[in-house]
Ligand binder design. Structure first.
Ligand code: ASP
Length: 331
């Protein structure tokens, strides 16, 4: 059906181009649904312990298969991105929810955002310390409040009102993340300031009704300070979705993604310059950002998928209704 509509659209557009002028061949193969996930970008050691690498690949595959299955059954993209991100938040491997990194003071402060491409409805939370699944809180902000962005204590009160699952802050303790903070603090003794990043999670999806959604969740950056907020909960920086263009979820050095409004820039390049998703993603990650800044996953209105990064690696996966199913870490 979608394919037929696409052909009709091409014929319709070609009618506007005048006799003799042939429209450029557009090589697009629309799919019924598509999904992409990420588990963070950065300097991912290629000599990673094989058991750990196996665990990462399995976690990505399981999350991707789960989201693909939901889409196949006709779930909305909004439900899918929330459910997939919840699952990744519950996995200690990733820097979100249970596996969140520590702040300079040794706390876990979580950020999350969700956006519905059909309505441009969105919800964000930042600095949350006792909500088990911040992505669900972000969705509640979008659907059950007149606002779009809640911070710290207020966000926690709202979570309680919404009856969301709360946990003691100790729930987020993770030895691996704690050791990372200690290492960074040691290095910091020699330098002015040091932060590290890794493992933010995100999901973008196109559902069978042609609707897009994006969701991102993170613990931020190891050793972050003073109420620092990264790009993830900033709509247009780390998270964005618009049915007319694409759904985008970013990961990397948050400050750079905020300065360059990365997620909405990809959408704007498509909207105003008529670029494909691949071109827009390449331009933003390759030309606007600096090498090492991070990456993004995106699904376009036609089901095209972009997995673009300028770091050594990005935990990622992509699947669609045509049978595509892949998971990767490095190039
Ligand atoms: N972008 C996240 C932040 O700056 C970190 C990450 O993606 O690794 O908070």
């Amino acid at each position: 059906m979608k394919r037929l509509m696409f052909v009709v659209l091409c014929l319709f557009l070609s009618g506007f181009m005048g006799c003799g002028e042939q429209p450029e061949e557009v090589v697009v193969d629309p799919v019924d649904f598509a999904i992409a996930i990420h588990g963070g970008a950065g300097t991912i050691d290629r000599e990673m312990d094989p058991e750990l690498e196996k665990a990462y690949r399995k976690a990505l595959e399981d999350a991707l298969r789960f989201g693909h299955g939901l889409l196949e059954q006709g779930a909305t993209s909004l439900d899918v991105v929330e459910q997939v991100v919840r699952r990744l938040e519950d996995d200690e491997l990733f820097n979100a929810g249970k596996g969140a990194v520590f702040t300079h003071e040794g706390r876990n402060e979580l950020d999350a955002a969700i956006m519905d491409g059909a309505t441009r409805g969105c919800g964000s939370v930042t600095g949350v310390t006792t909500v088990k699944n911040p992505i669900t809180l972000a969705r509640a902000v979008m659907e059950a409040s007149p606002h779009v962005f809640f911070t710290g204590a207020g966000a926690e009160v709202f979570a309680e009102k919404m009856g969301l699952e709360k946990v003691e802050p100790e729930y987020f303790f993770n030895q691996r993340r704690w050791d990372s903070l200690q290492k960074v603090l040691e290095r910091e003794a020699d330098r002015e300031s040091d932060t590290e990043k890794h493992g933010t999670v995100g999901c973008v999806a196109l559902d069978r009704n042609g609707h897009l959604a994006a969701a991102t969740s993170t613990g931020g950056m190891t050793n972050k300070r003073f109420g620092r907020v990264g790009d993830v909960p900033v709509i247009g920086a780390g998270t964005y979705a618009d049915d007319a263009t694409a759904a985008i979820s970013c990961t990397g050095h948050g400050e750079q993604f905020i300065r360059n409004t990365v997620a909405s820039r990809v959408s704007a390049i498509m909207e105003y310059q008529g670029a494909t998703l691949a071109e827009a993603a390449q331009r933003v990650i390759g030309d606007v950002l600096q090498p090492g800044d991070g990456g993004l996953i995106a699904v376009g209105w036609d089901g095209a998928i972009a997995l673009q990064f300028n770091t050594e690696g990005m935990y990622r996966g992509a699947a669609d209704s045509s049978g595509r199913f892949e998971v990767a870490i490095w190039d």
